[in-house]
Each structure stands twice: as structure tokens, then as C-alpha cells.
Write a protein that binds this ligand. Structure first.
Ligand code: SF4
Length: 187
């Protein structure tokens, strides 16, 4: 099985989720968010094809990283492939974050018709959901670009049949106490 990527596996990222992470940059996205910081990843004919078995070998050799982030592009444009990678990451003891331009609710609606949605979601620990909205752009929200995007605990959300956000990253005006402290606002 092959996956279309925008870039080689990135190591040692500290901005694409918690801890030190490797990032799989998928190629292809349909959302066309105004102000997208990765427009070169939209074209489904762009980037390059990689054998997933080769990518697994690279993931197996990670030693600094505690997790892998699927980003792009939109990983939900290559669900079966990304599920295979996420499953392997879990087998290696690595946690999995995933960024998508779809909202969680939209993915659940899509899952009624697309059999690949739920199996992929079940292999994700944390989902950062929703399109980037330029008017909502903020530096106060950690690990995402705009306030509408949520950092979602996928296992809890699936169990409770509703969106359960990771509390410490939940957006409130001026941020959560932890985020306020991190960015130096003590009000
Ligand atoms: S979902 Fe992400 S990659 Fe796709 S257009 Fe929006 S910001 Fe860009």
C-alpha cells in the first residue's frame, strides 16, 4: 500500500502536538481554507508516493519521539493509508495526533456512508479538528491556528457519543488558566 506525502517524515517537532513528535505530512486537501499555511499540499497529484512499509521502518527507528502526528494536507483524504500508519504507531508504543479540516461532527456524519472513517478515528488519540478560519486566527490557542479548531480526546468522544475536548487546551476567552500562564497572562 502506498501513501502520497508532501514531505519526508519530520522528526523532533515540538509544535504539532504534545511532546517531541514525528510528523507525517500527507499530500492532498479539499478544504481550501483562506490563509492556509501549506497551500502546496492541496494538489492530489503533488508530492510523492511512499510505500507504507518503508515509512513503518522509519517510524520503528524513532527514538527521541513519544508520538506521531498525521498532518497535511488532510489525512482524512487518505484514510485507509493513514489508519495503517496510526495502527503501527500504536504497536510501537507511540501516541497519535491527527489534524483535519473536517469537524468531528462532519466526520461522524461521513461515517454513515464511508466505512473507512470510524476505523481511522479509532486509531487516533487526539484530533485537532475543523478548517483554519482566518478571522479566528489566534496565537492564544496552542497547537492550532484558529480559535474554532478543537483539541479532541477521540476515545472519550467516541465513548460518550459527543465531542470531548482535552480540557487544558479548550478555548475560553483569554485561554484556559494553564495556557494563560504559559503565554504570560496572569489575570
Ligand atoms: S485543512 Fe489544513 S491544509 Fe487543508 S486548506 Fe485548511 S489549513 Fe490548509
Amino acid at each position: 500500500m502506498e501513501i502520497r506525502l508532501a514531505a519526508p517524515l519530520q522528526r523532533n517537532s515540538i509544535v504539532d502536538g504534545e511532546g517531541i513528535r514525528a510528523v507525517v505530512w500527507t499530500q492532498g486537501c479539499t478544504h481550501n481554507c483562506l490563509g492556509c499555511h501549506n497551500p502546496e499540499t492541496h494538489d492530489f497529484g503533488g508530492g510523492f508516493l511512499v510505500d507504507i512499509e518503508d515509512l513503518k521502518e522509519e517510524i520503528k527507528s524513532l527514538n527521541e519521539e513519544t508520538g506521531v502526528t498525521l498532518s497535511g494536507g488532510d489525512p482524512f483524504c487518505q484514510m485507509a493509508e493513514c489508519r495503517e500508519i496510526a495502527k503501527f504507531c500504536h504497536e510501537c508504543g507511540l501516541n497519535v495526533w491527527c489534524y483535519t479540516g473536517y469537524t468531528y461532527e462532519r466526520l461522524m456524519a461521513m461515517s454513515n456512508k464511508n466505512k473507512d472513517v470510524l476505523p481511522f478515528l479509532e486509531e487516533i488519540d487526539v484530533l485537532v479538528d475543523g478548517p483554519f478560519i482566518l478571522q479566528e486566527k489566534s496565537f492564544d490557542v496552542k497547537f492550532r491556528g484558529s480559535k474554532n479548531q478543537r483539541v479532541i480526546d477521540v476515545k472519550e468522544s467516541l465513548k460518550n457519543n459527543k465531542v470531548v475536548e482535552v480540557k487544558k487546551y479548550q478555548y475560553e476567552e483569554n485561554g484556559t488558566p494553564e495556557i494563560r500562564k504559559e503565554i504570560g497572562i496572569y489575570i
